[in-house]
Write a protein that binds this ligand. Structure first.
Ligand SMILES: Nc1ncnc2c1ncn2[C@@H]1O[C@H](COP(=O)(O)OP(=O)(O)OP(=O)(O)O)[C@@H](O)[C@H]1O
Ligand SMILES: [Mg+2]
Length: 340
């Protein structure tokens, strides 16, 4: 099967005036695309790199792939992740991962919280503001709070200072987000002190839990853990990844149930990774979901988790492809999946 790969590389945007130092954070490296291409070849298919900019339309038409492995983050606005899947639907080409509606919805963290809440999934209280003037003491959840740009991922706009303890800090941080991520609202959310668990879900009809991993500081410290840009950039020194996380059985079952409900409620396809927090009373909270989880062979959380579970990189890629192939019922030449 000829499998095209759609993606946006950090290097494609070199030389652009960047609004914020982390503006390219969500885009991929050549190494990740090469790793996906090698895995596709290893499992017996042909891999064709298609890119993700405007030229992708001509490339897709020329190459006529049977399936596209889509990790393109897209550009401009909160529906950017939906661009390539929407184009592939127009061209009637099957693709991996979720569809345009899910990808557009889940990039907007507050819209996602509204939807998962409607499916009974617990998520921290929140408020969205479009101007600092909208901040009033009486419309806020209680401190501490966390302040985020509403439509970003890969820790864009999330720093150690994102956790705020009082109104002055809140005003400063909200102003900082407006300045650095112009044109988008700010999400202000209850800060949940406690353990951070990331959960991988794979498959369709029914999906299943791939694994869970705790993410926290290596060193014992009284500081609240925030998986901020600073921490992610220094993850080898600072971060401890524990998989399985050793949760109490009841808590683990609760988080698994919430993860599967969120996946289902948001109509995710093939794979997703989502973040949860568990407070000291064992209440679990959905934080956010990534239906295009990072697939860097070195530092993406889903891959760090898979390695700890003994799952090979190419088995994750194979799992995603196999699930897409089944959905579209296009499975010639697909060998059975071994471990995913
Ligand atoms: N409500 C919260 N309570 C406590 N910590 C939080 C909360 N929301 C976010 N965080 C911390 O900030 C980190 C980044 O937030 P979030 O996951 O929303 O951002 P992201 O940039 O979309 O992440 P990703 O890199 O997974 O796409 C979380 O991993 C967590 O450590
Ligand atoms: Mg996250």
């Amino acid at each position: 099967m000829k499998i095209g790969i759609t993606y946006n590389l950090k290097t494609d945007f070199k030389g652009l005036a960047l609004a914020a130092e982390d503006a390219l954070e969500e885009f991929d490296s050549e190494k990740t695309v090469d790793a996906i291409a090698s895995a596709i070849v290893k499992i017996g298919h042909e891999a064709v790199k298609l890119g993700g900019g405007e030229q992708v339309i001509g490339k897709i038409k020329n190459e006529e792939p049977s399936l596209v492995f889509n990790i393109a983050e897209g550009v401009n606005g909160r529906a950017r992740e939906a661009q390539i899947p929407a184009l592939l639907e127009l061209l009637k080409i099957p693709y991996t991962h979720s569809d345009p509606l899910t990808l557009a919805l889940t990039l907007d963290k507050s819209m996602t919280k509204h939807v998962v809440k409607s499916c009974g999934v617990n998520t921290p209280d929140f408020l969205v503001v479009s101007d600092t003037a909208e901040l009033k003491g009486d419309n806020l959840p209680g401190f501490p709070l966390i302040v985020k740009p509403a439509w970003e991922g890969s820790s864009k706009g999330i720093r150690t200072n994102s956790k705020v303890n009082n109104f002055d800090e809140l005003e400063t941080q909200v102003g900082w987000v407006f300045k650095n991520y112009p044109g988008q609202p700010v999400l202000i959310e209850q800060f949940i002190r406690g353990r951070e668990i990331t959960v991988g879900v794979i498959g369709n009809n029914p999906p299943r839990i791939l694994g869970m991993m705790e993410i926290g500081f290596k060193e014992n410290t009284k500081k609240d853990f925030i998986y901020s840009l600073e921490v992610k950039r220094d993850y080898e020194k600072l971060v401890k990844y524990t998989c399985p996380p050793g949760l109490d059985d009841k808590v683990a079952a609760k988080v698994e149930k919430m993860a599967l409900s969120a996946y289902d409620c948001l109509h995710c396809k093939d794979i997703a990774r989502m973040d949860f927090r568990i407070d000291e009373k064992a209440n679990a909270y959905f934080i956010e979901i990534n239906p295009l989880p990072g697939l860097s062979p070195d530092y993406s959380d889903l891959i760090i988790m898979s390695k700890k579970l003994g799952i090979e990189y190419e088995d994750i890629i194979r799992g995603i492809i196999e699930n897409a192939v089944k959905r579209y019922n296009i499975g010639e030449k697909i060998e059975s999946c071994t471990s995913v």
